[in-house]
Ligand binder design. Structure first.
Ligand code: DX5
Ligand code: ZN
Length: 217
């Protein structure tokens, strides 16, 4: 499978959100990544349901919603109703992760689990049969525009082996500090989905940057 690209709207111009979504619609992007931050799990607040709903109304691509919030079980159904196709919860925010991912799938969404940079990949070994995607945070969550943590490459390799040896159909997504330089190396290391915020939206030609991120390696 060739890899996918999910531009993160966190870095978009919120005063012109409709045209930013149009740009993604017309680009080679595969999904649209939306970061939900509650000011508790991470030291930042982003946006909530009205914005997800508005994006969903405009978007022609699946919404990849990344919850950086405590107690995400309270809101799974509302994110489904707002338009999420993929719903990813943080491993560190869930006390009963199996219950949470089972519920995400029961609601008709694909279930993802995100791991913070300090969390070893072995932690999610037993949940792999029940999920569709693992999101490896390659920066500390909370802000766009941070520097990629190089040690993440070891984690990608370990996770790739774990998934392949178990024969699971689970995608590996990386999120944070993805740029045109490290993207080919990440795909080589086994990544299936690249999230990119500032690399896309700070570039002079975002659609062309998406195309370059998506180029086969
Ligand atoms: C960070 C978010 C990311 C963020 C990535 O907490 O989860 O999705 O938008 O931004 P960049 O690509 O700028 O590092
Ligand atoms: Zn994210």
């Amino acid at each position: 499978m060739s890899h996918l690209v999910a531009p993160s709207l966190l870095a978009a111009d919120f005063a012109n959100l409709a045209s930013e979504v149009e740009m993604i619609n017309d680009s080679e992007a595969d999904w649209i990544h939306l970061d939900i931050m509650d000011g508790l799990f991470v030291p930042n607040i982003s946006f909530g349901f009205p914005v997800v709903e508005a994006v969903s109304d405009l978007a022609s691509k699946p919404l990849d919603v990344h919850l950086m919030i405590v107690d995400p079980d309270r809101y799974l159904e509302r994110f489904r109703d707002a338009g999420a196709s993929y719903l990813t919860v943080q491993f560190e925010a869930c006390n009963h992760l199996h219950r949470t991912v089972t519920e995400i799938r029961r609601l008709g969404m694909k279930a993802g689990v995100a791991l913070n940079p300090h969390s070893p990949v072995i932690l999610i070994k037993d949940i792999l049969p029940y999920i569709d995607m693992v999101l490896l945070m390659t920066v500390n969550p909370g802000y766009g525009g941070q520097t990629f943590i190089p040690g993440s490459f070891n984690k990608i390799g370990e996770l790739r082996s774990m998934i392949d040896e178990g024969g699971y159909e689970v995608l590996i997504e990386v999120d944070g500090g993805v740029d045109l330089h490290n993207a080919p190396m990440l795909v080589h290391a086994g990544v299936d989905v690249l999230v990119a915020g500032s690399t896309v939206f700070s570039s002079s030609d975002p659609a062309e940057t998406i195309r370059r991120l998506r180029e086969p390696v």
